[in-house]
Structures are given as structure tokens and as C-alpha cells.
Design a protein around this ligand. Sequence first.
Ligand code: PGA
Length: 253
Amino acid sequence: MRKKILAGNWKMNTNIADGLDLFEAVKLGWKGLESDGTLCVIAPPSTHLFHFESDVDSHIYLSAQNCSEYEKGAFTGEISAEMVRSTGASFVIVGHSERRMNFKENNEILKQKIDLALKYDLTPIYCCGETEREREENLQRDVVKSQLEEGLYHLESDDFGKVVVAYEPVWAIGTGKTATSDQAQDMHYFIRNTIKDRYDQEIAGNTSILYGGSCNPQNAKELFANEDVDGGLIGGASLQATDFIEIAKILEG
Ligand code: PGA
């Protein structure tokens, strides 16, 4: 059975002290939910990771927002998958649209990041999604399919089973525009079908596919009601513990 996951992507927000306060508030709220197996994954800035403590008993895990496509060496400013793992984090977001667009990360680079993440025992959360223009041109399926095929589907079944997918339409990220429930379900169903075609029905059924893009306590219910939406990757609303926990309650159902 696939897992429900609620992930918070803090992006480049909070210093360590404020981040610790927020993390403690999220932990407290999450424990209050007495969640039955849903995973809470918090992705603070990487400077924070070593200062934060996951809580495996309460299913609270830490994630980096990125890792280098290189393993080690003369890459000033980069943070390797091995370094991320050594902080105690167990997830890493790969291929967020802000990295694809602002830092020119293409599917070939992301493929290398995926391989290194898995090598160092990190669960990659692989992001895919179309821009507004691509949706206007009805290209969303083609775009997402090539992001998956070129960045992820080189994996053998065993490794693919360790990956989480996040569908994040770029036009919905940080814009307040959310995909409608039907648009989200349509794309999640499409993604699961491509997994089935590449791997098999069982693997497709076991893969968690998260929705991301202006998800908040007001719209989470209709998004999470969909059969193929297994949770969320939350940006803005993860910076308020109360909002994030409200979304978690909705996901718990
Ligand atoms: P948002 O960000 O919830 O602020 O739209 C989501 C994301 O970028 O992962």
C-alpha cells in the first residue's frame, strides 16, 4: 500500500532559531494528530538540518530541498547527497521547478541527483509539472511524461520503489492559483499510468504521488479527496504551523 505523505517545503525562509520554533510547533501539532502512519516530511534550508531532530516514532522526517549532481570534490558551495544523509535527513527534493527554471537544472542533471540520492539512502521526492504556457497549449502530459522518463524512469524497479513523485503545476506554485480537483486527479492518474506502463501495476499502485501548488487549508479537502492524490508538497502554507497541521488533519480525513 502506498503511503500518505505531507511534506513542507520551506524554501529559503527562516533562520535557524525561527526555524527551530516552527519545527517544534509542527512536531507538537503532528503528535497531537496521533496520525496512523501518514508521513510528515519537513524540508527546511539545509543549514538547519543538523540542528533538527526527526522523530521516527511519530513518522516525522527531514528532507533537503536539493542536493548536488556531483558526488564530491571541487564544487564550491554545493551540498552532496552524502552530506545531506549525514545530517540525519532521509529525504531530498529533486527537480523542483524553481531549481529547473532559476538554476537551469535539466532532466539529465536531475537523473544524476536521483542516482546519488539513492546511493546515499535518501528518498527522492521527484517534482514534475508544466508551465502555464504549456498547459495553454495542452502539452501538460507530454511535458510531465518526458520529465519522468528522462529523470526517473531509468531506475530499475527496486530503486523506483523508493521514490516519491510530486506533481506541481508551475502556474500554481506560490501564485494562489490551484489546480482544480479534476485537473489534479487527471494528472495524477496520468502519472500513475505512465508508471504502470514503465514498471507494473503493483509498483504504480504503491507509488505515492503528492500534489503541490498553492495547497492550503481551504482547498486541501477537494484535492486530497482524489483517488490518486496521496498527499501534498506544501510551500507557503508550511511556514505557519497551524496551517500545516490543518492540512494534515484534512489529509488524515
Ligand atoms: P506553494 O509551493 O505551496 O507555496 O505554492 C509549493 C512548492 O513549491 O513546493
